[in-house]
Design a protein around this ligand. Structure first.
Ligand SMILES: C[S@@+](CC[C@H](N)C(=O)[O-])C[C@H]1O[C@@H](n2cnc3c(N)ncnc32)[C@H](O)[C@@H]1O
Length: 312
């Protein structure tokens, strides 16, 4: 990470009003396209003048897969506010822990978790690879939220500038998990805390990871059709032939949810992505041993993998 790529020095950021100037001077391009009508009736002083910041605009099957998912499949998912709060419970924290802090949501998707932090934190930065960043930007147009389209393995953010960083369900899907971890550590301030949630290593997940190797070769539309067909079949046979439905779920490593919409989303999300690493305790211990200034860490593996690392 060179200084040319950085966009801000958080230690300088006391007044939020200065943020935009700092961004405009950076190598990061401010995107203004979605500003306008959608934002016009909000309080002008608290609005950003740009929609989001873009370091890169990646388009490939992997990135499009996530963009499609957020754009077309997450309707039902968003409504379950309990699920989103539960993520913080699994980290063993409450959104109150973010009071007065600069937080980073690494791989923020459309911002469901960033949104929860916004009520507490001084500033929330959402870094997201896919076009889902546009949804996050439109949802939260306050200056307290900085949406950045970038990869978490190379973020346009200065060293040691974030108090609190969380990464939910992303590291196992990132192309270079070890680089992403190193990069998240780089931007964390001394005294800062880093929380990571990844898939647990179970037989179910192992099978899913092997299957996704094949499913990831489909483009988004093909994958959508497959997920749609399998969802219909699973929901139908649940009432007509439970044995078949169980077999299907078992073989393809998915579970039937309360609605077809939800089942389809999790099927698409579970089998579609290109990278589906299983990162366990040994992997994390090895990576953490390479980080400097680690004050303490915990790795929980059951029933899901949660990692907490603090910096001296
Ligand atoms: C399963 S979703 C989780 C999103 C969000 N953390 C949440 O819990 O709602 C994984 C997200 O990680 C993003 N992602 C994957 N690799 C990434 C990378 N290298 N940099 C930034 N985001 C990435 C995907 O685009 C996707 O939106």
């Amino acid at each position: 990470m060179t200084d040319n790529n950085t966009i801000m020095n958080f230690s300088d950021i006391v007044k939020l009003s200065e943020l935009e100037t700092i961004y405009f001077n950076s190598g990061c391009k401010p995107i203004e396209e979605d500003i306008g009508e959608k934002l016009s009736d909000r309080e002008p002083l608290n609005r950003r003048s740009f929609s989001y910041l873009r370091q890169l605009n990646m388009r490939d099957n992997y990135v499009d897969d996530f963009a499609f998912q957020w754009e077309h499949l997450t309707g039902a998912f968003r409504k379950y506010s309990g699920i989103h709060l539960e993520c913080f419970n699994r980290f063993g924290i409450s959104p109150d822990n973010m009071k007065g802090k600069i937080c980073l949501d690494a791989g923020s998707g459309e911002g469901r978790l960033a949104g929860i932090c916004l009520g507490q934190a001084d500033l929330v930065i959402g870094v997201e690879l896919s076009e889902a960043i546009v949804q996050a930007a439109n949802k939260f147009d306050t200056k307290k939220f900085i949406p950045i389209q970038a990869s978490i393995d190379s973020m346009p953010i200065h060293n040691e500038s974030v108090d609190f960083l969380f990464c939910w369900g992303v590291l196992h899907h990132s192309k270079y998990p070890h680089l992403s971890l190193k990069e998240m550590w780089r931007v964390l301030k001394p005294g800062g805390e880093l929380y990571i949630w990844v898939y647990a290593i179970t037989e179910f997940m192992l099978r899913r990871s092997l299957l996704s190797h094949h499913f990831s070769k489909f483009n988004v539309n093909e994958m959508y059709e497959i997920a749609d067909l399998l969802t219909d079949t699973a929901h139908l046979t649940k009432t007509t032939s439970l044995g078949f439905s169980n077999l299907l779920m078992d073989d393809l490593s998915f579970s039937i949810k309360t609605s077809k919409e939800f089942t389809r989303l999790l099927m698409f999300d579970g089998l579609g992505p290109d990278y589906h690493y299983l990162l366990g305790k040994n992997w994390f211990e090895h990576q953490i041993s390479k980080l400097s200034s680690v004050s303490s860490y915990d790795i929980q593996e059951v029933p899901w993998t949660v990692v907490r690392i603090t910096k001296t």
